[in-house]
Design a binder for this molecule. Sequence first.
Ligand code: AHG
Ligand code: MN
Ligand code: MN
Ligand code: MN
Length: 338
Amino acid sequence: MYIGTTLTNYIIETQRNLPEATGEFTGLLNDISVACKRISDLVNKGGLIGMLGSADSENVQGETQKQLDVVSNDVFIEALAHNGHIAGLVTEEMEDVYHLPKGAPRGRYLILADPLDGSSNIDVNISVGTIFSILKAPDDVEDPRTEDFLRPGTEQIAAGYCLYGPSTTMVFTTRGHGVQMFTLDKDFGEFILTRKDVQIPQETQEFAINVSNSRFWEPPVKRYIDACLAGKEGEIGKDFNMRWVASMVAEVHRILTRGGIFMYPIDEKTKAKGQRGRLRLMYEANPMSMIVEQAGGLSNTGRKRILDIQPEEIHERAPVILGSKQEVERVIQFHQEA
Ligand code: AHG
Ligand code: MN
Ligand code: MN
Ligand code: MN
């Protein structure tokens, strides 16, 4: 595939190499790209269309929804529910599985999505994104139920995100086919391949973590961040730089571009609420872990590979430590030594 080709072309080409490929997968990716173009447009217009600020509602996780959380969720459903490429849909903003309307054509894929990631950044004009994970629906299931979605991340067929930043960038992987980056040419209305077979540098001197939670961290995470902060004089023996955007999509994009380690670990604060970390396994941690691993990085909870977790609930959370191989390995080692 050549730099400058369109996302559509890329998908058609990839599909040729996928087992039991049909035009349905191309159709599904096309639906997702349409949803992302719409969300990109809404996010760009921001204050011009009165879409900033909170909605009058909470989602199932007890977060106050932003107006754009709600609208992005609607855009996602609208783009996917009527075209016969999916069998069911799960998103951050809906308590239960979304069932397709009666009589709507059905496809073979399940999709899980975070329609707007980093939405606390929307009112302050900082990058946000959309994350998606694609599974195959079990054969012979007409209307998938919750259990049908509860599959480990290793079973994802494809995963991706779209970053709404200074430019709109779609990053996408199918199992075994590496990670590709496409930039939206708004005049043209197409995503154009701008980076092929992205590989995360194995070494890094940049970490990302919300340090305001440090008093709640477990000892191995404390030890690691202390070592980063101590720089050359610390046990890692090199100086570090720090970033925290508070949009996972933006952090993962930075790591894919120039390396880094991102952590939202399990801590006492989330444990007290009966949760394991902050990020949601099925539509944040899993798709991002697949992308990171396909790009030569690692993704782990500190104790376990994220993609191997057997989910029990669609909205369950997972500790996330991902990025450049050498540093993620170091954090895993610190966990083993604790
Ligand atoms: P969302 O906006 O979809 O609810 O996700 C926000 C997530 C993630 O993008 C980010 O890394 C993290 O929350 C930020 O959390 P803090 O506000 O605790 O820093
Ligand atoms: Mn949210
Ligand atoms: Mn999110
Ligand atoms: Mn979200």
